[in-house]
Design a protein around this ligand. Structure first.
Ligand SMILES: CC(C)(COP(=O)(O)OP(=O)(O)OC[C@H]1O[C@@H](n2cnc3c(N)ncnc32)[C@H](O)[C@@H]1OP(=O)(O)O)[C@@H](O)C(=O)NCCC(=O)NCCS
Length: 224
């Protein structure tokens, strides 16, 4: 277990550019004709220099998609950078990729988080199409690429995700990508001074909650 945790930390750190003098790593994304159509570009430690527009873009996409996050708060560049530093670059069990078209345009993001080292498991995280109505199917192809990397390079044995149960479009998308519903997880609303968020509450297991996550697990796509 310790070995696998170390392996994941080192691998994710390599992708996050924490090993100086190592080349930048991209994951190739192929369409359903097996033709390269995009790349997954990890958000690296040096994102302020190499991806100078990244925090503003992430903030813009978040404002445009308020329904996806567990919390609502004022989005600012400073807050996004703080989040990237602490919760993406700084976490051993999390990585976020920008989805980049072949012409260099950033179209969305997708990542992995919350590794369970014992089970060799993790969650698909932060799935978002930032630019709508171009490259139909791209998000599914990006998901395939992430899953392929997870299974073959990270040696994952289980891949899950959590999505708000009322996000029917995303649930249909995940089913198309090979995920199946496992269970509903009740959520409780937490109201803070400048922020409202939904959290998993073990006490709510037996009661009727205001909102739920749908937990899904990757089972693979049937090849006919
Ligand atoms: C969930 C989300 C990432 C799904 O993205 P998407 O754009 O629907 O996914 P794709 O790029 O794979 O597919 C886009 C469309 O092209 C279609 N398509 C797929 N392959 C295609 C192909 N080869 N040719 C033409 N169309 C295709 C899909 O059926 C889909 O059509 P639909 O919108 O009518 O369902 C996106 O809706 C999103 O960002 N939502 C907001 C954030 C969110 O809820 N994230 C989930 C948090 S858990």
């Amino acid at each position: 277990m310790k070995d696998y945790a170390l392996f994941i930390k080192e691998t994710l750190d390599r992708y996050k550019g924490k090993y100086k003098h190592e080349p930048l790593k991209h994951l190739p994304v192929y369409n359903d004709q097996n033709i390269l159509c995009a790349y997954l570009r990890p958000i690296t430690e040096d994102y302020r220099i190499t991806l100078p527009d990244c925090s503003d873009l992430l903030g813009k996409w978040r404002k445009e998609n308020p329904g996806i996050a567990t919390g609502t708060f004022q989005v600012t560049r400073e807050r996004t950078e703080k989040w990237l530093d602490a919760h993406i670059i700084g976490r051993d069990d999390r990585i976020l990729f920008l989805i980049v078209a072949l012409d260099g345009q950033f179209l969305g993001h997708i990542g992995f988080s919350s590794f369970n080292y014992q089970e060799k498991a993790c969650e698909v995280d932060a799935v978002l199409r930032g630019v709508k109505d171009i490259h139909p199917g791209l998000m599914g192809y990006a998901m395939n690429s992430l899953i392929f990397w997870g299974l073959y390079d990270l040696h994952l044995e289980k891949i899950t995700l959590k999505v708000f149960a009322d996000n029917t479009h995303a649930i249909q998308f995940y089913k198309r990508c090979g995920f199946q519903v496992v269970q509903l997880i009740p959520l409780v609303k937490v109201v803070l001074l400048n922020e409202e968020k939904w959290e998993i509450s073990p006490q709510l297991q037996e009661t009727v909650a205001e909102r739920y996550y749908t937990e899904m697990i990757y089972k693979g796509i049937e090849v006919l």
